[in-house]
Design a protein around this ligand. Structure first.
Ligand code: ZN
Length: 433
């Protein structure tokens, strides 16, 4: 091992992880868990597999702490979304190294970070690192679908193995150059809540040849859908977005001026900020009559809805009632996931800041809220863990990376993989050292 650089070690491990098909569904994450167990064992790190069903194992490993400080969890998931090989230039499960990039499904989301986490803890173990608190590595199943085989299940059934004061997870870390010396590494400290709802619009059926005899629920739904799509929230600034804006324009800004100011700096800044100023509504699924010649008595719409971390269902519902007005409909929430945050004034934040300024003195770590959500919310809800999404990406253009996630030709620059290992080792030493 001593002759192999951490860069080569991470590259090799990522290639091997990509070559295991862990597309979820069905997942088969045990393949990755077993590979990681074997990899970690070679550096003397013991790992356990925890599985609700045998083929969907989670792996947890640790360097035990001296019991004098906080624990740090390096969290990742080993499942991926599917890949249609016909859309790719290279086989999505090849793990091919080409022009300094490793190609394959999961390279960015998130087998790259799995590999970097594993190399960080394995190399620290080889260095004889003895942290004050436990350094924990968890590579979990089922993040992409979320049917309770992964972190949600671990937090409930094996809370002692994943409980941690601090956690580094996926979600952000991209380096963005907004021009004018504004070079930021985004760190996600909060996430919106995914909270879709069903709208049932009622009418009366009838033969479609005589439109006048029925009351067409599909047609009645149309103006409601338009009203949902036209909704623009009263802007509100969450703490993380306020922090981002302060870094962007150099002063405190009001919610009303945030979007314009962001647009004035860079279109990408506006793109980032816009969905974070309020709840968003995207009608996505609709069903009505199953027969061409029958006027539907019922039209069902599913609307994707994302709430701010500070927003409740009650508040959102009163907004929706106002948008939709009175009518023959019922509104039903389907689920709510995410919508949590961690404070910014923490040793983990300082560790991220000090990494960024050591790597690139002119750059700055800035907070962000995610429009989507990650597994971090399980830890925040179960243990009050301070969890951030941060995996630094510097070599690959962040707009390119964003387009490759869950899409064709996903790949990661080896430089970024190595940067990630460096970051994780730094954080582990700052928190545990
Ligand atoms: Zn992911």
């Amino acid at each position: 091992m001593a002759t192999v650089s951490l860069r080569e070690e991470a590259t090799d491990l990522l290639q091997r992880l990509i070559r295991l098909d862990t597309v979820n569904p069905p997942g088969n994450e045990t393949l990755a868990a077993e590979l990681l167990r074997e990899y970690l064992a070679a550096s003397g790190v013991d790992a356990e597999l925890y599985a609700k069903v045998p083929e969907r194992a989670n792996l947890v490993a640790r360097i035990p702490g001296r019991g004098e400080g906080p624990s740090l969890l390096l969290l990742s998931h080993t499942d991926t979304v599917l890949a249609d090989a016909a859309e790719w230039q290279l086989d999505p499960w090849s793990g091919e190294l080409r022009d300094g990039e490793i190609w394959g499904r999961g390279a960015l989301d998130m087998k790259g970070q799995v590999a970097a986490n594993a190399v960080a803890i394995a190399s620290l173990a080889r260095d004889g690192f003895e942290p004050e608190g436990d350094l924990i590595f968890a590579a979990t199943a089922d993040e992409e679908v979320g049917e309770d085989f992964g972190l949600s299940w671990l937090c409930r059934e094996h809370p002692d193995v994943v409980r941690a004061e601090y956690c580094v997870n996926e979600g952000a870390g991209d380096r963005i150059d907004f021009g004018g010396g504004r070079v930021f590494y985004l760190c996600s400290a909060a996430e919106k809540m995914s909270s879709p709802f069903r709208l049932r619009v009622y009418g009366r059926s009838g033969h479609a040849s005589m439109p006048g005899i029925g009351d067409n629920a599909l047609v009645k739904a149309a103006p409601l859908i338009e009203r949902l799509a036209d909704y623009r929230p009263e802007p509100r600034l969450e703490a993380e977005v306020a922090g981002f804006m302060r870094a962007l324009v150099g002063r405190d800004v009001s919610a009303d001026e945030a979007l314009e100011l962001a647009r004035g700096v860079h279109p990408l800044a506006a793109e980032l900020v816009e969905p974070l100023l309020g709840l968003t509504l995207s009608p996505t699924v609709i069903s009505a009559s199953q027969k061409r010649n029958v006027i539907p008595a019922l039209c069902e719409l599913i609307c994707d809805c994302r709430l701010l971390p500070s927003q409740s269902h009650e508040e959102a519902e009163s907004v929706l009632r106002e948008i939709l007005g009175p009518g023959d409909y019922e509104l039903e929430w389907i689920e709510g996931q995410g919508g949590t945050r961690s404070p910014l004034d923490t040793p983990l934040w300082q560790a991220i800041e000090s990494f960024v300024s050591a790597e690139e003195p002119e750059a700055k770590a800035v907070p962000m809220c995610l429009a989507g959500f990650t597994d971090s919310h399980w830890l925040r809800e179960a243990f009050g863990t301070v969890a951030y999404g941060f995996f630094p990406l510097r070599t690959m253009d962040p707009e390119v990376a964003a387009r490759l996630v869950h899409s064709a030709d996903e790949r990661i620059a080896v430089e970024d993989l190595e940067l990630g290992v460096r970051f994780l080792r730094h954080v582990a030493k700052e928190i545990g050292g």
